[in-house]
Design a protein around this ligand. Structure first.
Ligand SMILES: [Zn+2]
Length: 320
């Protein structure tokens, strides 16, 4: 239940978010659309998926080795457009031991106008950006770090300690990254690299660099999931007998990267990424883990099934 004061405070926008941005990002809820948050529990930990909206691109980008006819057929049978794939941005807020921890910051407007809804969705559950104590990103691609910066260059989550994987920081932030492996136009690569540097500028001072495998707080562990980027981690949230696995960008969309084994084009080292995907999907299937896919259809929760030919994604039932 919200007190009047916190409900009012919850409507406050982060510094630097203009009214135009806010009304654009929030246009769906204000017009009576569907909610962008989804609550559940992992043992004693309260968890809330907070949508940051959508990004997308040509399906070929996300299924780089798919035979063209098969790709078209798979998309058609899934009742999806064949010319554009839409991806969700499912950030997760966990509340444990009096701390609010955001897993992935989301894209903001770095990869198109449909991102940046996280602030409205935080407000919808009565929270402000300054209520976030910790932000942990799985890797430093713009759609995972874009919201760290306000429009005027400040910290969007002003009180938060930000954790990022060290190998990604070295590759993308400390050095000029060679992105020639990405199957996108040169201009896109330049903007992509610039969006990363720009997004993390405000938090660079005080950033905590972690090695995948490290614990962040009790109940939140990182797992190595290298390949998509040099340092990408997965997250395991644990409380009592309950576990939740966050697979970050091991797969973009279950239709092409889980139910079919096709490789995401943005994977920097495709063989290492494939090995990570198999190792972690095998673990998820064997342990029947609850899984959250960052880019899967909202709210992105389900389980991995091992099949004769690979894997199948089984979404969980909606809980009211
Ligand atoms: Zn991503």
């Amino acid at each position: 239940m919200l007190t009047a004061a916190s409900a009012v405070a919850g409507l406050a926008l982060p510094a630097g978010v203009t009214f135009a941005q806010a009304s654009q990002a929030g246009s769906l809820p204000s017009q009576g659309g569907n909610v962008g948050h989804y609550r559940f529990r992992v043992g004693d930990i309260s968890a809330t998926v907070l949508s940051d909206g959508l990004i997308g691109g040509p399906p070929r980008v996300y299924a780089s080795d798919a035979p063209e006819a098969e790709l078209q057929d798979v998309l058609t049978r899934a009742f999806l457009p064949t010319d554009r794939m839409t991806l969700n941005l499912n950030t997760l807020l966990i509340e444990t031991n009096g701390r609010r921890i955001l897993l992935e910051a989301g894209a903001g407007q770095t990869m198109g106008p449909q991102g940046g809804r996280i602030f409205q969705n935080l407000a919808a559950i009565g929270l402000r950006p300054e209520d976030i104590d910790v932000v942990v990103v799985s890797h430093t691609h713009p759609d995972h770090v874009g919201n760290l910066r306000t429009a005027d260059g400040g910290k969007a989550f002003p009180r938060a300690t930000v954790f990022a994987p060290r190998a990604d920081w070295d590759f993308f932030v400390r050095n000029d990254p060679d992105l020639s492996y990405m199957p996108v136009p040169e201009e896109f690569r330049r903007n992509f690299a610039a969006a990363i540097t720009r997004s993390v500028e405000a938090v660079a001072d005080g950033i905590v660099l972690y090695e995948a495998g490290a614990d962040i707080v009790p109940g939140l562990t990182t797992l190595p999931a290298f390949g998509h980027t040099p340092g990408m981690a997965n997250f395991l949230v644990q409380s009592g007998n309950d576990q939740l696995l966050l697979t970050a960008d091991l797969a973009y969309h279950p239709v092409v990267n889980v139910d079919r084994p096709w490789m995401p084009g943005p994977d920097r080292d495709k063989e290492t990424a494939l090995a990570s995907r198999r190792r972690i999907f095998d673990m998820a299937a064997a342990d029947r883990l609850l899984v959250l896919g960052f880019h899967y259809p909202f709210p992105g929760l389900g389980r991995m099934l091992k099949t004769d030919s690979g894997y199948a994604w089984v979404p969980v039932n909606w809980q009211f």
